[in-house]
Design a protein around this ligand. Structure first.
Ligand SMILES: [Zn+2]
Length: 276
């Protein structure tokens, strides 16, 4: 996809949260610009349903009503000033991160729009000064797609853009997942509705090789090899901005994979790490 198309999609899926109606279009664009500049100054990423819709290759995913943001420790007041002070949101719930996010997350705070009550923004704060560990703590791969102020980051590009994911080995204990991906309400693969997210518990019963999802293959983030990323241009048209999270990801010693070993007999990595 070209930059114009990507920017159009980023706009289309994020603008409903700041829409002030046809008579205040200028203010809407102002708030949208401010949202992306807050994303940049707080070094935060959009994740969840909105990020998934932007990268989806399925035709026209529906508009989303949950906007999820991962933010570093200590940036919450800035988001609160913006959402409550300027955009008409109120805080509706606040909880400590649990489940897969237990060790990496601080808390998640959900804001609801005062007038358009179906619109929610959730800010998940990291327990650390940066968000990469929080991003990779996601309980499944469809939650590992992020939109930064200028970049898109997607470690599992083929699967994710097809709205397909594999659950990780981290616990999903039924606690409210901090990051909402709309379009699926269970972690089982059933026969999903058209356009819904398909989530596999593992790759063990696949009738094809695992490809990028193979749990036996540990991938390094160093140098951003194997991390799908591209520049969508940014809302303000300033092209050259470098994403702070992406830069530290490329320099990090972070390793990631979806599980411990591969049980898929169609995959060349099947049998690795079995200890035999
Ligand atoms: Zn495999």
């Amino acid at each position: 996809m070209g930059k114009d198309i990507l920017k159009g999609r980023v706009t289309r899926y994020s603008i409903p949260f700041f829409d002030r109606g046809p008579h205040l279009r200028y203010d809407t664009q102002d708030d949208l610009d401010r949202f992306f500049s807050t994303l940049r100054t707080t070094r935060s990423w959009i994740v969840g349903s909105v990020a998934l819709s932007v990268v989806s290759v399925l035709s026209e995913p529906p508009a989303r009503s949950n906007l999820n943001v991962l933010s570093p420790y200590g940036q919450l007041h800035e988001w609160q000033d913006f959402l409550v002070g300027m955009c008409g949101f109120v805080v509706v719930s606040e909880a400590k991160c649990a489940g897969a996010y237990l060790n990496e997350g601080g808390k998640f705070i959900t804001f609801q729009h005062e007038d358009r009550k179906s619109l929610r923004v959730t800010i998940t704060t990291s327990a650390r000064p940066q968000i990469l560990q929080l991003f990779f703590a996601a309980p499944n791969t469809v939650q590992q797609v992020a939109i930064g102020s200028h970049h898109i980051v997607m470690p599992y590009p083929t699967m994710t853009s097809n709205q397909e994911g594999v659950c990780g080995w981290r616990p999903m204990d039924g606690a409210h997942p901090a990051v909402v991906v709309e379009g699926h309400d269970s972690y089982q693969t059933a026969s999903p509705l058209p356009g819904a997210v398909v989530l596999h518990a593992s790759t063990a019963n696949w009738t094809r090789a695992c490809g990028e999802a193979c749990p036996a293959v540990e991938r390094s983030a160093r140098g951003l090899k194997g991390i799908g990323s591209c520049n969508w241009g940014g809302m303000d048209g300033v092209d050259a901005h470098r994403d702070a999270n992406l830069l530290s990801l490329g320099r990090s010693r972070l390793y990631f994979r979806t599980g411990a070993f591969c049980l898929n007999e169609h995959c060349v990595f099947s049998g690795r790490y079995k200890g035999s």
